[in-house]
Ligand binder design. Structure first.
Ligand code: ADP
Length: 435
């Protein structure tokens, strides 16, 4: 304000001086011309500075204001200060937005913002991956043009603040199950949260199947046991004792099957929950193989030719109990799925000077068709359910083997040919054996 007043005073003083000089020189016309010249000078200066201001306003943000003296200089300085403040605020807002974006990118779930017309304003990488979209191409397109599944469109139409999430599958990302939740917010916008729940759904299905399988596996022997015990009870008075003993014997066999099933289930559950097998416990390979051979011979009862070859490392490092259970399962299967007179070879060998060891069981039994091989370690998976049951199987043996081997960083390899036999091998890494 003072600068404006000062400029006005200077202009008035100069005009007055010019007029006074004209009067003193008794030249009225000269005095008027001088005053006009001074006034014009000030007037033209204002126009020139306004022009500079207009041109400055057209330059990019951040361009320094023009320099000027007096009132205009003060005005330009004030503008410059405001510009700097606005710049700092803009910078702050950009940084905030950037932080927010990076936080949203780091979220494990997909996030998408739709405008009032349901066009995509922004989405993070997880949302792109889940929904099969591409930010660089699909941003600003309407989501309803990109995802046309009727249940999704219905959900968007009816979504409100408390809408339950929708589970659906989209052709843009086949085979994946997605859970989507819409939350409307400011100015007609909608926030979409997307999560890939394929794995969760698989787990839920597996849990359901597992419970159904266990119930089914227990139900049959339980029904048979009950039936025979009731028959034996009813027949107590008028049936010969040998017949009653036969009923009870069958009931006992069925009870044993249930017991075996429950033992296998408990083994599996402890394999899932127990701490990993120790790396420092030495298991003597020769002693372990001798035990397995003894078990196999007892199970075979002379029906098969059984040989043992041991050229492998001296010790295994891990849990003796778990390794015995895995090896016994493989060897037991060879006995149960090899007809009488067949051959079974148990072999412990080295994989090479600096490598691990391999325990393999070769049989000349019924073999397995190739389409079953990848599923053998699934719980309750059997190639021939009736045969497995007759052989006293629970369908959990190879699942136990797989778990034990995984816990020892070993892998199971299966080669088999129907009618010719199978080779099941447990291959251990170098750090699990010692010579
Ligand atoms: P089970 O208790 O039924 O034997 P496992 O998990 O041990 O269950 O084996 C799964 C299935 O794999 C068996 O039901 C059988 O069909 C097949 N199988 C396993 N070992 C052999 C083998 N040595 N020869 C032929 N089939 C086998």
């Amino acid at each position: 304000m003072t600068a404006v007043l000062a400029e006005l005073v200077v202009a008035l003083v100069l005009t007055a001086l010019a007029t006074l000089a004209g009067w003193l020189a008794a030249d009225r016309l000269g005095a008027e011309l001088m005053a006009l010249a001074v006034i014009s000078f000030f007037f033209l200066r204002q126009i020139w500075l306004v022009r500079r201001l207009i041109r400055w306003a057209a330059y990019p943000l951040g361009t320094p204001t023009p320099s000027a003296s007096g009132a205009w200089g003060a005005a330009f300085d004030a503008l410059q200060r405001r510009g700097r403040l606005a710049n700092a605020e803009r910078e702050n807002a950009t940084q905030e937005l950037d932080r927010f974006r990076r936080a949203a990118e780091a979220l494990p779930d997909g996030v998408m913002i739709l405008d009032g017309q349901r066009a995509i304003e922004w989405m993070n990488l997880q949302a792109e991956a889940c929904l099969g979209l591409k930010g660089s191409v699909d941003t600003h397109s309407r989501i309803t043009h990109l995802l046309r599944e009727p249940e999704f469109l219905d959900y968007l139409d009816n979504s409100d603040h408390c809408a339950a999430p929708l589970q659906f599958q989209t052709l843009r990302n086949p085979g994946r199950s997605l859970q989507i939740q819409a939350a409307p917010f400011a100015a007609g916008r909608t926030l979409l949260l997307v999560r890939d729940v394929t794995q969760l759904q698989k787990l839920a299905t597996m849990r359901r199947d597992f419970v159904a399988n266990v119930s089914h596996e227990l139900k049959t022997p339980l029904t048979v046991t009950l039936g025979f015990v009731e028959t034996a009870l009813d027949a107590l008075d008028d049936t010969p004792p040998q017949e009653i003993a036969h009923y009870l014997q069958t009931a006992v066999e069925q009870a044993r099957r249930m017991q075996q099933l429950i033992d296998d289930l408990l083994t599996l559950s402890s394999l899932e929950t127990d701490s990993p097998p120790p790396l420092e416990d030495l298991v003597d390979a020769a002693a372990l193989l001798a035990e397995i051979r003894q078990e196999v011979e007892a199970l075979s009862a002379g029906r098969h030719r059984i040989t043992l070859e041991n050229t492998g490392p001296q010790s295994l490092l891990g849990s003796a109990r778990e390794l015995r259970s895995a090896f016994a399962n493989l060897a037991g299967n060879a006995v149960r799925y090899t007809p009488d007179g067949g051959e079974i070879v148990l072999r412990w060998s080295s994989e090479g000077p600096a490598a691990g060891g391999r325990f393999s069981v070769r049989d000349s039994g019924i073999g397995i068709a190739s389409q079953h091989l990848s599923r053998l370690t699934e719980r309750f998976y059997r190639v021939d359910r009736g045969r497995s049951r007759d052989a006293g199987g629970t369908g959990l043996g190879l699942a136990i083997v797989k778990h034990v081997l995984e816990r020892h960083q070993a892998v199971l390899q299966v080669e088999s040919e129907p009618g010719r036999g199978s080779v099941f091998s447990a291959v251990f890494p170098a750090h699990r054996v010692q010579s």
